[in-house]
Ligand binder design. Sequence first.
Ligand code: MGD
Ligand code: MGD
Ligand code: SF4
Ligand code: MO
Length: 761
Amino acid sequence: MSVNKDIFEIGREPNYDFQSSGRPEVQWSEADRLVEDLVPTHCCFCGVQCGMNLKVHNNKVIGVEARNYPHNRGSLCPKGVVAYQQVDHPDRLRYPLMRKRGKGSPLERVSWDEALDYIVKRWQQIQQQYGRDAVSIYSGSSMTNEKCYVMGKFARVGLRTRHVDYNGRLCMSSSAVAYSRAFGVDRAPLPLPDVELAKCIMVFGSNVAECFPVAMQWIWRARDRGASLIVVDPRETPLARSADIWLPVKPGTDIAVTNAMLRQIIKDGMVDEAYVQARTNGWEEVKASVETCTPEWAEQLSGIPAERIVAAARLYGRADPSLIMHARGIEHSSHGVDTCLSLVNMALARGQLGKPGGGSMMITGQGNGQGGREMGQKANQLPGYRHIDVPEERQYIADFWGIPEEELPWEGAAATEMVHLMAAGEIKSCMVVCSNLMVSLPDNHVVQQALTNLDPLIVVDFFMSETAELADVVLPGTVWCEDEGTTTNLEGRVIKINKAADPPGEARHDWKIAVELAKRLGRGKFFLYTSAYDIFEEIRQASKGGMSDYYGITWQKIEDQQGVFWPCPSLDHPGTPRLFAERFGHKDGKAKMFVIPYQPAVEEPGPEFPFRLTTGRVVYHYLSGNQTRRLGFLNAQAPEPWVEIHPQAAERLGIANEEVVRVTSPRGSIELKALVVPTIRPDTLFVPYHWGHRAAINQITSPAVEPNVKIPEYKACAARVDKLSAPEVEVRADGFKMNRTPQDTPKMFPYTIGGDQRSIR
Ligand SMILES: Nc1nc2c(c(=O)[nH]1)N[C@H]1C(S)=C(S)[C@@H](COP(=O)(O)OP(=O)(O)OC[C@H]3O[C@@H](n4cnc5c(=O)[nH]c(N)nc54)[C@H](O)[C@@H]3O)O[C@H]1N2
Ligand SMILES: Nc1nc2c(c(=O)[nH]1)N[C@H]1C(S)=C(S)[C@@H](COP(=O)(O)OP(=O)(O)OC[C@H]3O[C@@H](n4cnc5c(=O)[nH]c(N)nc54)[C@H](O)[C@@H]3O)O[C@H]1N2
Ligand code: SF4
Ligand SMILES: [Mo]
């Protein structure tokens, strides 16, 4: 355990109670008196990965204080300050559980040996009978790099299945693929402190203040220096409220806006022609393609007044440097990759990529959302961001792992496709590690059917989740600060997580569970790790020469430098905070621009379902809520979901604030309280998604996915809202009109096993 008493004794600020007397009196709390150690680490929640010190006494984590790190500068948000309460939480899973008497029987406590032996026996039976690919791994990005790496390797070398994917599929796959295509590198090109340098910040589809609260300080600092702010969001979020221009876009229609803005930038002569010539490919085609995208055309599609689009284009186009930031509001879409690419077109036309404070910046969501997609747990990727269908990249990893290249499985199904293979009976068993599919996947009737089809479904979690409730075997995992390792934050900064407590009961580290299973499968020799450190050392080698090269990063260097940015190809290399100063990642060093035609959402409003329903987050909860619904004041602030509706729409429908209403989509309905607010478009509904069972909005969201990367269209489906007294409308109506045929946009999915080379980059 890392002990740092000095920070505690010197840096400590006592609490002052100003109420008891005129003079401040020092009030040490009971917890303060007990503190022995401070363990420096980072928050387990969002991609900012704020630095924090955990207060530890007698192997118990009893509190937290912010740590001064370059990107959080001594701040934490409401989730960060209660994260430590997970450690000793009474709901922690402490022992393996199994339905000993088969499906339908209760989960009962068993020993680790009994649980692991059972799993391996079943896997061997299934693989013998149905082939290796009948077993799958569904992983997650809230884990350290070390755990993510082991999950990918365990699937491909331990189980020898092609089917491994992770929850980043639901999160970062659009922007990851867009940046790979445009720049040849999938990473935010800038560190957070660069945001302060921008003269104009344009945010597309991100509720930064609620989702990355501590990153807001960089936007405020830029504002203090005179930067302008443009926000594109169907809701007037806290960020939009402080913007110079708010563009209240109809969900799913951003491409109309970006193309019209680019046209305006061209018309006003604001293109950086020299940069475009020297550093990009594809400009002439892009330029020609937006010629017809007038502001009036964009107004028709997006609902934003034409003059506001023009004003935004001018404000953005005149600033230098200017920064576009974007997140899931545009990426959770059946054309999410294209929307990102159309933003990139604008930033490239303005010559911004590679400038300090300029360019475009995806805001990665999950704590280790960046590292999680580089470690080789994604269906089409190997460690170091190598591609599973590129012969020399396969060969490198096969050699490194010590297996023949022919034995390395090919690309498997994406997470969203996997559930369909489960429902169809092609995948017979799945181990879910660090994901809560029953809350997070769209159209979750299908998910329930898929998961109950499995025998066995195995879930590794530290709290009983809606998904674990359906499992045949539940294995108790550990929370982040019960192990050490690294994560890679939304900047691409690799940082160190330190251990503050031992796991409770018989709970085990995720990587140790995989190692034990590998041993029982007779594959133990590939997993000879005794600590997370061993795994990190292997990651350094495995990633060497890859796009996300960690070879030169050591745990010591992370401590010395306050994080190290990849690529870091050699031990004497300082890391790379800013990308693209001179060249992009493609072979010719240039960025690619793509022609992006406007496409509507797969499901658009009509007479039966007249609203656009969009979904997302609130500051108090994290993802499926399985963690935050158990923590401190967070749940008290937001114990249940609601539907945001504009006063005009509410009045028309006779709906009062806080009245319980029914929201219905072509897939079903959900009852929840109406929150009548003027901060949303009158034709749009918003529901946060952090709750399960009957409170899960994913009961009714659209199953449509982006055709290549298979990210769900969480941000736009057709819906209606009714008073409870209104008759229920028929759902799952076959005749409901979709904009594209199921072949074009799989209703969810046309995947068949077979065919060795397929890429969903
Ligand atoms: N409090 C909290 N913070 C989190 C998380 C959490 O669960 N809770 N999760 C983390 C993770 S994994 C992620 S991915 C990020 C997500 O971070 P964000 O993407 O910022 O969050 P969302 O709420 O999903 O969506 C952002 C905004 O998109 C808007 N939006 C909806 N449809 C559209 C559209 O068609 N166009 C545009 N332009 N905007 C649209 C919504 O109104 C919403 O304000 O947050 C991370 N941080
Ligand atoms: N409608 C709608 N749906 C959405 C979204 C949306 O905006 N709208 N957003 C999507 C996005 S961006 C995301 S990222 C996904 C997230 O979807 P999920 O990944 O399913 O959600 P989480 O809550 O992160 O699930 C993680 C689970 O693993 C557990 N866990 C956390 N850390 C660890 C660990 O280290 N080890 C183990 N073994 N378990 C751990 C938690 O207790 C929790 O039960 O949801 C997606 N779903
Ligand atoms: S901003 Fe993100 S990383 Fe920082 S404390 Fe909040 S949830 Fe944790
Ligand atoms: Mo996410």
